[in-house]
Structures are given as structure tokens and as C-alpha cells.
Design a protein around this ligand. Structure first.
Ligand SMILES: Cc1cc2nc3c(=O)[nH]c(=O)nc-3n(C[C@H](O)[C@H](O)[C@H](O)COP(=O)(O)OP(=O)(O)OC[C@H]3O[C@@H](n4cnc5c(N)ncnc54)[C@H](O)[C@@H]3O)c2cc1C
Length: 381
């Protein structure tokens, strides 16, 4: 074997998992990255900020929510609470350098093939064999583009590098969750008008799991935008887009509820992303659109093939934030160490810092003891 473990992707998931393996004493690791460390974050629109706040609470056992190791802090690194994509990628790069990760950038994995023992990994530069493979390829390269008929007439929200590039005074945005509201607030603050069409009404929804509702950061800036840019932002809930047509130079948007909207400019599809497992979907079992994992985040079809990142789902709950999926780094590290016949690793510090959560009850119990009282956001300006 060339390597004990190959990790695909140097975003927060791949790097964080690699560093947990290092803490577990696992040697002979390689991280392969198609572009550069934190590449997805470098592609965020320049105005976008992390919605999860950063704060250096580490010495008091409250590790910064966006940290990928128990002893680093993006807040301390950047002196910011809500980092931009570029600042977060800089943090990841500093972490890779500090911990001397064995990392190869600009090397894209093209294929992973199970063998009688381990896996062969083919890249655009070489071929390797590894006993264990951890997929951490991220969702950002897989925008959901087929959400409705005529979606090809829209521009996906992930293609914008800055909202200054948006041509036109009016924007029609399809999708009212984080990306849609983020786009709307920035465009309005640039002096444009925005109409957001959303199948539900995420701006008034209340749910104990932060993955299911707008973050407090987004609610706060939405409220600020509604109050300070009167008439420029229109939120239309219960408007499920079923088709977009491009006729006589205009974009005609129809909803399941029978409404028709038209726009001079290409609508923005803030419709989210496909599973990060898309490129290796055949190596995992699926129940409908839900990938299946063992209790140690391995493929149920191929032992020794793990996944780490935001597409992890257990008991119907999504581990879509960094603070959620990092809770499994220690679980994967311990499982890999056992598979490779290492002595049982001491990951007690990981457990105490929230990097080894093996009780999956955490997925099903997000209830807060105190009922929330969100400030109402009026649907229409
Ligand atoms: C717009 C947006 C905003 C978000 N905001 C937050 C937030 O505020 N807080 C939060 O906790 N989460 C946030 N998330 C979720 C967050 O992006 C993800 O949690 C995080 O990026 C996932 O990390 P990852 O390492 O799985 O993926 P990525 O960061 O996408 O990293 C994957 C890496 O794998 C590389 N790669 C892909 N394919 C290959 C291949 N074949 N070979 C080699 N390398 C490959 C990519 O180049 C990339 O560098 C946000 C997501 C989006 C899309």
C-alpha cells in the first residue's frame, strides 16, 4: 500500500478529519485537493460571511464553532466574528501549515475503486493504493440545477464572486433560505430591488434545529434590510416555482400556486446543493435521496470507505454545519485506528471538546428548554 489513509478534499471536513487522525496517532496519511486548501470558501461572493459566529472560547472548553481542531480559533486568527470566505480559507491554510499536513494541492481524484484489500485512487496526475479512503469532496461543486423545468435559464447563486457583478436594477431570486436571503440583502444594499420566491416561509418558520430555519445572523440582517431599505425587498412565501421560460427576451416564472412573474434579468436560483457524495454515489447505499452510513460514518457497502462533511445524515438529521460534522471527526479517527490495528487511541480531549460525539441521540434532541420569541419579519415591504 502507498498510504494507510487517503483523504479527498482539503476543506474543513477533510482537513479536520485528517488532523483528528493525526491526534489518534494514525500515520502515513495523504490529503488530495483538486484546487487549493479551502477552495470552496474562496469562491464565495466577496460580501458573504459565515452565518455561524466565531468566538475564542477554547480555553473554557467551548471551542470556536467554526474551528476544525479543538485548539484553534478562526475568531482569534482573523479577529472577526463572521468571517468572509477568503478569511476562513486563510485560517484553513494556516492550520494546514501549522500542523504540517501531508497535502497535495492541484491534484483531482477521478476515481475510487474498491480492491480485495483497500482501494485504488486514480487522480489526474497519478495512481495510489490506500487501505482506507475518506471522502470529503464537499457540496459546493454540485449546485442543484434541475429543481424545476427551465432551471437552465437561471444563474445559480454559487456562480457569483461578488454581487457587484449582478447586472440590472431588479432581481428575481428563487429560494428563501440562507443563500437566497443573503443574495437579496446584498443586492438591496447595493441599491437594487429584489423579489424572493420561496416554497415555504423560512423567515417566519420556527424550529429548534438551526439547520431547518434561517440563522439568527440572517434574520437580523433581513430585519435590518426590511426596515432600512423600504420597498426594495419583497418576500413572497408559499410560491413554489415549477417552471422558468425565456420568451421574447423576458424570463417567465410560474408557481405551483398559479402565480406568474416575469423578469427582465436571468433569475437567481438559490436552490442549494446536491449531496457531496454525488461523484461516488455508487459506492454508498441510498434510501431514496438519503445516503446510508454505518454508526461510524462508513459506507454500508464498502468497509473502510468513510464520509465526512455536511451531507452526513443520521436519524433524519443533517450534519450540515462545521460544528455538527466535526463532532464525528473523533468517531472516524477511532474507527480508522481500530481498522488499522493501532493501539486504542486516547481521544478524551476530543470528546471533551465536542470532536467525538458518538451518542447519536444528539441528532434527535435539538429541543431548547426556553421557547424562542423571534421578532416577526413582515413578508412584504
Ligand atoms: C454558501 C455557503 C455558506 C455556508 N456557510 C456556513 C457557515 O457559516 N457555517 C457553517 O458551519 N457551514 C456553512 N456552510 C456549510 C459549509 O460550506 C460546509 O459546511 C463546508 O464547506 C463543508 O466543508 P467540506 O470540507 O465538506 O467542503 P468544502 O469546503 O467544499 O471542501 C471540499 C474540498 O474538496 C475538494 N474536492 C472536491 N472534489 C475533489 C476531487 N475529486 N479531488 C480532490 N479534491 C476535491 C474541493 O476543491 C474543496 O476544496 C455553508 C455552505 C455554503 C454553500
Amino acid at each position: 500500500m502507498d498510504f494507510s489513509v487517503i483523504i479527498v478534499g482539503a476543506g474543513p471536513a477533510g482537513m479536520g478529519c485528517a488532523l483528528a487522525l493525526q491526534r489518534a496517532g494514525v500515520a502515513n496519511l495523504l490529503v488530495l485537493e483538486a484546487e487549493t486548501v479551502g477552495a470552496s470558501f474562496r469562491r464565495w461572493p466577496e460580501q458573504m460571511r459565515m452565518i455561524t459566529p466565531s468566538f475564542h472560547g477554547n480555553p473554557f472548553f467551548q471551542t470556536d464553532l467554526n474551528a476544525i481542531t479543538p485548539d484553534t480559533s478562526p475568531a482569534e486568527f482573523s479577529q472577526k466574528e463572521h468571517l468572509s470566505g477568503r478569511e476562513y480559507a486563510d485560517y484553513l491554510q494556516a492550520v494546514a501549515f501549522h500542523f504540517k499536513l501531508n497535502l497535495r494541492e492541484n491534484e483531482r481524484v477521478l476515481q475510487i475503486s474498491p480492491e480485495s484489500k483497500g482501494y485504488s485512487v486514480t487522480t489526474d496526475k497519478a495512481g495510489y493504493r490506500a487501505e482506507i479512503v475518506i471522502w470529503a469532496g464537499g457540496e459546493f461543486s454540485h449546485p442543484k440545477t434541475g429543481a424545476f423545468q427551465g432551471a437552465e435559464h437561471c444563474a445559480h447563486s454559487s456562480v457569483f464572486r461578488t454581487w457587484n457583478d449582478y447586472q440590472g436594477d431588479d432581481a428575481l431570486i428563487i429560494g428563501g433560505y440562507e443563500s437566497g436571503i443573503d443574495a437579496a440583502c446584498h443586492l438591496v444594499q447595493l441599491g437594487k430591488r429584489a423579489l424572493v420566491l420561496s416554497s415555504g416561509e423560512p423567515w417566519i418558520a420556527d424550529h429548534a434545529d438551526p439547520s431547518e430555519v434561517l440563522s439568527p445572523f440572517t434574520r437580523e440582517r433581513l430585519l435590518h434590510t426590511m426596515q432600512n431599505y423600504s420597498g426594495q425587498l419583497n418576500l413572497r412565501g408559499n410560491a413554489t416555482v415549477v417552471s422558468v421560460d425565456h420568451l421574447s427576451g423576458r424570463y417567465i416564472v410560474k408557481t405551483a400556486e398559479g402565480e406568474v412573474f416575469d423578469s427582465k434579468h436571468r433569475p437567481i436560483a438559490a436552490t442549494g446543493f446536491q449531496s457531496a457524495l454525488t461523484p461516488i454515489k455508487d459506492l454508498f447505499a441510498w434510501e431514496g435521496s438519503t445516503p446510508q452510513f454505518t454508526d461510524e460514518d462508513e459506507s454500508t457497502l464498502h468497509p473502510g470507505l468513510y464520509y465526512t462533511g455536511p451531507s452526513l445524515i443520521h436519524q433524519g438529521s443533517k450534519f450540515c454545519f462545521i460544528y455538527k460534522f466535526r463532532a464525528r471527526f473523533g468517531v472516524i479517527a477511532r474507527s480508522v485506528a481500530r481498522r488499522l490495528d493501532y493501539p486504542e487511541p486516547d481521544l478524551e480531549n476530543d470528546r471533551n471538546r465536542g470532536f467525538l460525539v458518538d451518542d447519536l441521540e444528539c441528532c434527535t434532541n435539538c429541543e431548547c428548554a426556553v421557547e424562542s420569541k423571534p421578532e416577526p419579519v413582515e413578508a412584504k415591504a
